[in-house]
Design a protein around this ligand. Structure first.
Ligand code: EPU
Length: 333
């Protein structure tokens, strides 16, 4: 293990926040995990695309660099691919698409690593990672062994799983096995996809065509973290009661919504934030993205605390205007 001390985490988080870590090492081989000293707090870092760093990190940062994809098994209709957790998610999606395997094409261009896909149950354009995740293997720090979790063990929810709750900080995910379709079932239910496919004059649907459409939509709305620091959606889309929704409709007839169940409705946080006048707002080095109000950005040398303070103001204003308490999607360290 090559331990480094007092290094800047700026290259390792897509928000581009500059804070030091007191200790840092890379994990290149899963056998290293049993040797990690546990006398300090451990911070597990993948692509760093869903975190906001608000203070110097006192502890050991483990940067996941586990790489490799293997075919576990195949049937007539499916293939099971085991992906090491440090692989870049989009690279894995491209591998699947090249082979014509279906299931993850709607999730193209999501930043981060494969290992983060079950933690967040990443989702976009009508599809969530839980639909293809077969099992997750992780090193359990307390039990000092590798444990495999089935799809149902993972307790997936909207941007949620057991890894954000009971198993938070308890495990280091080492690989994820995805069950992909050899005969793809296309999901173009999200309106923007059909529009984009038409614009691209696509005659015949394929996983490649869908991924191309998704890449075009995402690129037009979401800031590229290489250019402007950000962590994708900063907030979750809130779920409210139908009664609350109907009350809001009286004064906001345009409010978009997605049904959740008989009693609840999801509303887009981006819409609520835009209505409160934040879209395109700038304050010092931080701001609210001009094309998607759900994304907070770092225009240069923002401190994590500045981004946090801006997020507090956004939460407060949405609460005052709509009576809805926004929840952050990013993890705050
Ligand atoms: N909207 C606005 N103003 C905005 C942004 C959105 O009015 O500034 C409205 C849109 O017009 C649309 C609705 O809100 O009616 C939904 O917008 P969009 O399709 O852009 O999706 P979203 O709900 O804002 C979610 C995910 C994204 C994912 C997209 C596409 C969450 C928190 N975010 O965003 O995921 O890419 O859907 O499926 O669920 C992420 O998690 O980091 C992420 C980017």
């Amino acid at each position: 293990m090559h331990l480094q001390h007092h290094i800047s985490l700026k290259p390792y988080n897509t928000f581009g926040i500059d804070v030091p870590a007191s200790a840092f090492t890379t994990i290149d081989n899963e056998n290293q995990l049993s040797e990690i000293p546990q006398n300090q707090k451990l911070y597990m870092l993948g692509g760093g695309s869903n975190i906001l760093l608000t203070q110097p990190i006192e502890g050991l940062v483990l940067l996941n660099r586990l790489k490799g994809i293997t075919t576990e098994k195949e049937s007539e209709d499916h293939v099971w691919l085991r992906v090491q957790s440090g692989e870049v998610w989009h690279w894995f999606v491209m591998q699947a698409i090249e082979k014509g395997y279906g299931g993850v094409e709607n999730l193209a261009l999501i930043p981060g690593t494969a290992g983060a896909s079950p933690i967040q149950n990443i989702g976009a354009y009508g599809v969530e990672a839980k639909e293809t995740i077969d099992e997750v293997t992780a090193w359990h720090w307390g039990e000092k062994k590798f444990v495999t979790y089935t799809n149902s063990d993972c307790k997936f929810g909207y941007r949620d799983s057991i890894f954000k709750n009971q198993l938070k900080d308890q495990v280091f995910i080492t690989s994820v096995t995805y069950k992909l379709n050899k005969v793809p079932k296309f999901n173009t239910s999200y309106g923007a996809i059909t529009e984009e496919l038409e614009k691209m004059h696509v005659q015949e649907l394929s996983v490649k065509a869908i991924a191309d459409a998704i890449i075009a939509i995402r690129s037009s709305k979401l800031p590229n973290p290489v250019v402007i620091g950000n962590a994708g959606s900063f907030f979750k889309n809130p779920t409210i009661t139908k009664a609350h929704y109907e009350e809001l409709l009286k004064t906001n007839s345009q409010i978009p919504s997605y049904p959740v169940n008989e009693t609840h409705i999801k509303v887009p946080a981006g819409w609520l934030i835009e209505q409160c006048g934040w879209k395109g707002y700038k304050e010092g080095h931080t701001g609210v993205h001009a094309k998607q109000a759900l994304v907070l950005v770092n225009y240069g040398n923002a401190k994590g605390s500045e981004v946090w303070q801006l997020s507090e103001k956004v939460v407060q204003s949405v609460k005052e205007r709509f009576g809805i308490e926004l929840e952050r999607e990013v993890q705050v360290w």
